[in-house]
Write a protein that binds this ligand. Structure first.
Ligand code: NAD
Length: 359
C-alpha cells in the first residue's frame, strides 16, 4: 500500500536541509519504496501565508501521513509576535499534540570519524551509540495545576509533575522493545529517592521487566545519570526517562557526539506514525548561505524508514552512505577538520546520494 509522507521544510535552514533529504527519499522511491510525498507549511513559513503556525491544511496532511519529515521552525523575525499561540514553535507542539507523539527517540551516535570533535576525550566517545527514549506528551511540562499566583503576600510559581501508570507503561514498552532490538540493556532514569511520581515510574518499569527477559533493566537517579553520561557514556545502550529529565539528558548526550548537525530524532505515537527531524534548530545565523549540514535531516529519513515504514535495509543503506562520505573526508563547516575545505549543503547531499546509489 502506498504510504503518505509529508515534508515540512519550516524556517531558516529548514528548506535547504530538507531539500537534500528529499533527494534521498526520491532515491528510495526509485528503488521501489512505495510512498507518495507531499509538502506543507509549518512554523513561521505558515504564519506568513496563513497567519497560523499550524494551518488546518497542514494538520490534515500530517494526520494522513505515515511519516512527517520536518526541517526546523523559528527565527528572530517571529520572536516579536505577541500572541504566543501564533509563534512558530506552537506549530511543532501542535503536531506533536494532535498526533499523540508521546515517544521521542533521540540517538546519540559518535561517528568514529568525528570523535575528535567531541568535548570529551576521543576514547570515551568513539563508537558511542546511545538511544534516549523520552516521554514527550506528559510529565511536569503539561501537568495541571500550574501557574504563578499570589499567596501570603508574595508570588508563587508552581507546576505539577504527574504521570499515570498507563503513560509510564506505554513509554516503557517502547524502550524495552528498543533495547530488545539493540544491545539488550535498558537504564531507567528517575528521582525515586525524592519524587513519588518517579517511585511509580520505577515500579511500572520493574513490572514490565519480566515480559522482556533478554533485556537487563537498571535504574539510575537523574543526577547520577548526568554524571555517568559524561564519565563513561559507553556504558549506556537504551535510556528511558520522563519529559523533563529526557529533555536535559538528551541534549547533554547530543553534545558528546561533537556535532548537533549530525543528530536525527523521531517522535512516535502508538500506531507507529511519526515525525522525524534533526535535533538542531533553524540556525537563522547561517540560513540561506547553503552551508548548513544536511546529515541530521538525511539520517532522520533513515529513522523514518526504520521506525514508521519498516524498511530497515534502506535505513541501513542511508546510514552506511553517510559513513562512507565521512570516511572520504567530506565535511560541512560545522564538522570541518582544520585545514580541510568545507563543502556546501548541496555538495554534501550529492555525495550521500552518490554513496547511496553506489551500494
Ligand atoms: P540552532 O540549533 O538553530 O543553532 C545553534 C547553532 O548551531 C548555530 O550556530 C547554528 O548555526 C548551528 N547549527 C544548527 N544546525 C546546524 C546545521 N545543520 N549545520 C550547521 N550548523 C548548524 O539553535 P538556536 O540558535 O538556539 O535556535 C535558532 C532557532 O531555532 C530559534 O528560533 C529556536 O526557537 C529554533 N529551534 C527550533 C527547533 C525545532 O524546530 N525543532 C529546535 C531548536 C531550536
Amino acid at each position: 500500500m502506498t504510504q503518505k509522507i509529508l515534508v515540512l521544510p519550516g524556517d531558516g535552514i529548514g528548506p535547504e536541509i530538507t531539500a537534500q533529504a528529499s533527494r534521498i527519499l526520491a532515491a528510495c522511491q526509485a528503488r521501489g519504496l512505495d510512498i507518495e510525498v507531499e509538502e506543507g507549511l509549518l512554523g513561521g513559513a505558515a504564519y506568513e501565508v496563513h497567519g497560523e503556525p499550524l494551518p488546518a491544511e497542514t494538520l490534515e496532511k500530517a494526520k494522513a501521513a505515515r511519516g512527517i519529515l520536518l526541517g526546523a521552525v523559528g527565527g528572530p523575525q517571529w520572536d516579536k509576535i505577541e500572541d504566543l499561540s501564533k509563534r512558530p514553535e506552537k506549530g511543532l507542539l501542535g503536531v506533536r499534540k494532535q498526533l499523540g507523539l508521546f515517544a521521542n527517540l533521540r540517538p546519540a551516535i559518535t561517528y568514529p570519524q568525528l570523535a575528535s570533535a567531541s568535548s570529551l576525550k576521543p576514547e570515551l566517545v568513539a563508537g558511542l551509540d546511545i538511544m534516549i527514549v523520552r516521554e514527550l506528551t506528559g510529565g511536569i511540562y503539561f501537568g495541571q495545576p500550574r501557574g504563578i499566583e499570589e499567596r501570603n503576600g508574595e508570588r508563587v510559581g508552581f507546576n505539577t509533575y504527574v504521570y499515570s501508570e498507563s503513560e509510564i507503561e506505554r513509554i516503557g514498552r517502547v524502550a524495552f522493545e528498543m533495547a530488545h532490538k539493540r544491545g539488550k540493556k535498558l537504564c531507567s532514569v528517575d528521582k525515586a529517592n525524592v519524587l513519588e511520581v518517579t517511585i511509580l515510574w520505577r515500579e511500572v518499569m520493574e513490572r514490565l521487566a519480566p515480559e522482556y527477559p533478554d533485556v537487563e533493566l537498571s535504574h539510575l537517579y537523574v543526577d547520577n545519570a548526568a554524571m555517568q553520561l559524561v564519565r563513561a557514556p559507553k556504558q549506556f545502550d537504551v535510556v528511558v526517562t520522563g519529559n523533563m529529565f529526557g529533555d536535559i539528558l538528551s541534549d547533554a548526550a547530543a553534545m558528546l557526539t561533537g556535532s548537533i548537525g549530525m543528530l536525527p530524532s523521531a517522535s512516535l505515537n502508538e500506531s507507529g506514525q511519526g515525525m522525524y527531524e534533526p535535533c538542531h534548530g533553524s540556525a537563522p545565523d547561517i540560513a540561506g548561505q547553503g552551508i548548513a549540514n544536511p546529515l541530521a535531516t538525511i539520517l532522520s529519513v533513515a529513522m523514518m524508514l526504520r521506525y514508521s515504514l519498516d524498511e530497515p535495509a534502506l535505513a541501513s543503506r542511508i546510514e552506511a552512505a553517510v559513513g562512507t562520505v565521512l570516511d572520504g573526508g567530506l565535511r560541512t563547516a560545522d564538522i570541518a577538520l582544520e585545514g580541510t575545505r568545507s563543502v556546501s549543503t548541496a555538495e554534501m547531499g550529492d555525495a550521500v546520494l552518490a554513496a547511496f546509489e553506489a551500494q
